[in-house]
Design a protein around this ligand. Structure first.
Ligand SMILES: Cc1cc2nc3c(=O)[nH]c(=O)nc-3n(C[C@H](O)[C@H](O)[C@H](O)COP(=O)(O)OP(=O)(O)OC[C@H]3O[C@@H](n4cnc5c(N)ncnc54)[C@H](O)[C@@H]3O)c2cc1C
Length: 291
């Protein structure tokens, strides 16, 4: 049995800030994670809730100052239907399409995925690999935190108790390519065992006739393989400056298997995750190289 929390539903952001500054209160967006906690089966449920759903200031998908900006309340359905997302960051649309089923996609938000800080959150590797930043706000003002700094430990975030996540900003880099892959028990409604996002830009080919350009600014991010979503920096270094050839793929897959130290849990063994992550990376490089 759950408890009946007290819920406040402000319509203006500064009213929400005032509530958060006054007392310990838990934000709720779509509620698809938080409602599970309200049954008290997963730890202490919150007794005071501030409902963000009426805050129009946390909505909207725009492109400004060279970045794709998504309000924290953007749902997966909105991402899937957004022509702006499809044009500028199709890999986020692909990730959104793998989350839950229609009901969860209609209600679950990108901001909720970020703030919930599950290592299995499917959009988090995409945001890490895309060098996303998060705009946080409170009665004290706004600040921006890099995604690489946002999840310091298991289920922890850089959010202070009185802060809200306002927007997710993704710099739009000319010529950036990204790929996404989620491995779960089945195609729908599954929590990932391994989730991966890979990003790069094509550099100048070493010789004019070389078929594949070397990769630069490589980003490789993974979820479900550690206590937090992570960047695989040794593997990124192994890929940097190399074209996507079979040799590169073999070496990068080896580097990733050596770099990862996943956990055993109910969904999968550490060994399975390591082997699958290395194979998924190999396949993504092969697909990118067209061989
Ligand atoms: C059946 C089912 C299937 C699911 N499948 C997937 C899946 O495939 N992949 C996946 O990644 N997730 C999945 N989820 C988890 C969930 O749907 C997502 O994490 C979703 O994005 C959470 O968003 P929400 O708006 O519902 O968050 P909420 O439940 O409202 O909030 C989640 C947490 O974030 C905090 N929070 C939310 N918004 C803000 C904000 N703007 N500022 C500060 N704190 C905030 C809340 O206080 C809470 O701690 C699934 C859940 C269910 C129930």
């Amino acid at each position: 049995m759950g408890i009946e929390p007290s819920v406040t539903s402000p319509r203006l952001l500064h009213d929400a800030y005032a509530i958060l500054a006054e007392r310990p209160v838990r934000p709720i967006a779509g509620g698809t994670d938080l409602m599970v906690a309200l049954t008290a089966e997963l730890g202490e449920p919150p007794d005071q809730i501030v409902d963000l759903w009426g805050l129009d200031e946390l909505r909207g998908i725009t492109v400004d100052s060279g970045a794709l900006s998504l309000g924290a309340l953007t749902t997966y359905t909105e991402i899937r239907r957004s022509a702006v997302c499809r044009e500028h960051l199709p890999v986020l649309v692909e990730a959104a399409a793998t989350i839950g089923a229609a009901q969860i996609q209609n209600r679950g938000t990108l901001g909720g995925n970020v703030a919930n800080a599950s290592p299995a959150g499917d959009t988090l590797p995409v945001l890490l690999a895309a060098d996303a930043t998060f705009v946080l706000g409170s009665i004290r003002g706004e600040r921006t935190v890099a995604s690489s700094e946002f999840w310091p430990a298991y289920r922890r975030t850089a959010l202070a108790p009185d802060e809200l996540l306002l927007r997710i900003r993704i710099p739009l880099l000319a010529g950036r390519e990204m790929r996404f892959r989620k491995v779960g028990t089945r195609r729908a409604q599954s929590i990932s065992k391994v989730v991966m996002a890979l990003g790069w830009r094509d550099g100048e080919p070493a010789e004019p006739r070389s078929v594949a350009a070397p990769w630069t600014e490589v980003r490789l991010a993974l979820g479900s393989v550690a206590a937090t979503p992570i960047r695989a920096r040794a593997t990124e270094a192994a890929l940097e400056g190399r074209p996507p050839t079979p040799e590169t793929a073999d070496q990068a897959a080896e580097a990733l298997a050596a770099e990862l130290h996943p956990i055993d849990d109910v969904r999968s063994t550490a060994e399975y995750r390591r082997i699958v992550a290395a194979r998924v990376l190999h396949r993504l490089i092969r697909e990118a190289g067209g061989w």
